[in-house]
Design a protein around this ligand. Structure first.
Ligand code: CTP
Ligand code: CA
Length: 232
């Protein structure tokens, strides 16, 4: 019993995590979204909570359950996700795992768009969504540690390094979603395994392929190690 009572490494730390996709409405029944199961983000939230952190998860629409011991806010769109994340500041760290839709329709239709004989498909006018990670990375109340993800099909490291700088992150967790490694039950998106590289200002660390739960445990340990040097 005494051993269980030793302080957990992330006790007293507030950590924001985003997970899942966002859904950007076209009309009341249709939307645009990225592929994302939420498995990796939810696993990271759970792993941080296990180390004692006060985790605030902001999740887009997913079919998996809220992680145990994690206060979860459910959102649909990127705009809602951004607002939820900002409402949770200040925080000690923030981890952006969500696959945020890069664009939304300029104005979603209030009624279902009907097919009209002879008219052909509607043309959707798109506008860019705000970058939630970049907003927090450059925020006046920036958390001491900011972690992003990057899913790439080519030039993995160069793209991850560019995102690190542009978004004001401390780490980018980069994964290759090209060809057969990307999609479906055995791929990164939807599957249970992941192969990542940790890109920071000091270099690139390659992790072997492992389960998403194991990536989460290792990332939580890395975050705890980084925060250990700062005072609660
Ligand atoms: N991200 C975000 N808000 C957005 C887009 C991305 O917070 N509107 C975050 C993601 O959660 C991830 C990181 O930024 O942590 C990188 O996302 P990614 O889609 O790889 O980068 P983009 O900047 O959108 O570039 P692109 O999709 O063109 O590769
Ligand atoms: Ca994107």
């Amino acid at each position: 019993a005494m051993l269980d009572e030793k302080p957990k490494p992330l006790a007293g730390r507030r950590i924001i995590v985003t997970s899942g996709p966002t859904h950007e409405p076209i009309d009341p029944v249709r939307y645009i979204a990225n592929r994302s199961s939420g498995k990796q983000g939810h696993a990271i939230a759970a792993a941080l909570a296990k180390l004692g952190a006060d985790v605030r998860l902001v999740s887009g629409p997913v079919t998996i359950a809220d992680p145990a011991g994690v206060a979860t806010i459910h959102v649909e769109t990127a705009a809602q996700m951004k607002q939820a994340v900002e409402s949770l500041l200040p925080a000690d760290a923030a981890v952006f795992v969500a696959a945020v839709a890069d664009w939304r329709t300029a104005n979603a239709a209030g009624e279902k768009i009907k097919k009209v004989a002879g008219e052909g498909p509607p043309s959707l006018q798109m506008v860019e969504n705000p970058d939630i990670l970049a907003g927090i990375g450059h925020h006046a109340q920036r958390p001491g540690l900011v972690v992003g993800f990057a899913a790439e099909t080519q030039d993995l490291i160069a793209n991850a390094e560019a995102k690190l700088k542009k978004k004001g992150a401390d780490f980018i967790v980069a994964n290759d979603v090209s060809h057969e490694s990307g999609i479906g039950p055995s791929g990164v998106m939807g599957g249970d395994r992941n192969k990542v590289r940790i890109v920071s200002r000091t270099g690139v660390e390659e992790w072997p392929e492992m389960g998403k739960d194991e990536v989460a445990v290792r990332l939580a340990a890395l975050i705890a190690e980084r925060l250990r040097q700062t005072v609660v």
